[in-house]
Ligand binder design. Structure first.
Ligand code: 5GP
Length: 190
């Protein structure tokens, strides 16, 4: 999506270790008007699917998932990284390895909010090695929910998570596809 690519060029910063910083409009400060456009784009791509729930992972997936929830007119569930008294024990749990934090952590979704009747669109900000999505897919499989598709804002195609998941049959739509970085700029796939 041209608009997202242009914004990445304008406001994104390349950090060491193949990390793109997009704190200026996605990960710290959020541009709600852009997010509305991004949610519309996801809607165009997935409107023919029977989607009744959106699932993401806290914290950076929540804002775009929320925008999608408005567009798809359905609830948004996010996998939590910390337990709490309100969450209780009746949860699906899975382990996720974090690319940016270089460690594993457990995520949880209450069994109240996901079950076999759900047709789910998975949404996240980045796709790198695919570990966050694998965790969400595992939670859907524990719930016997159907994964109808996956929407990603920025896919780093030189990391192989997307290839791997597509080989498993998942439909992934990424709004910006990055094939590499130079020291200070981003190279998009044609
Ligand atoms: P994966 O699990 O696919 O390896 O990584 C995806 C998760 O790591 C995303 O949820 C995102 O929060 C984070 N992530 C991966 N690569 C980047 C990056 O280049 N920049 C930022 N800001 N986050 C990233």
């Amino acid at each position: 999506m041209r608009k997202l690519e242009e914004r990445i060029m304008k406001d994104g910063t390349v950090l060491p270790g193949n990390i793109l910083k997009v704190d200026r409009f996605i990960n710290h400060m959020i541009d709600p008007v852009l997010f509305e456009d991004l949610a519309n784009e996801f809607y165009e791509k997935f409107k023919d699917k029977k989607i009744n729930k959106i699932l993401t992972i806290e914290v950076s997936g929540i804002a775009i998932a929320y925008a999608c929830g408005i567009r798809f007119n359905c609830p948004v569930v996010f996998a939590k990284k910390t337990s709490s008294k309100t969450l209780g024990d009746n949860c699906y749990r899975t382990e996720v390895f974090s690319f940016t934090k270089n460690r594993s952590y457990e995520v949880m979704v209450s069994k109240e909010y996901l079950d076999e009747n759900d047709h789910v669109l998975l949404i996240d900000d980045f796709l790198a090695n695919g570990k966050a999505l694998e965790g969400l897919i595992d939670i859907c499989s524990q719930a016997n929910a159907t994964v109808e598709g996956i929407g990603i804002l920025i896919e780093k195609v030189f990391q192989k998570g997307g290839d791997h998941l597509r080989q498993q049959g998942y439909t992934i739509e990424s709004l910006a596809r990055i094939k590499g970085f130079t020291d200070d700029s981003v190279i998009f796939e044609d």
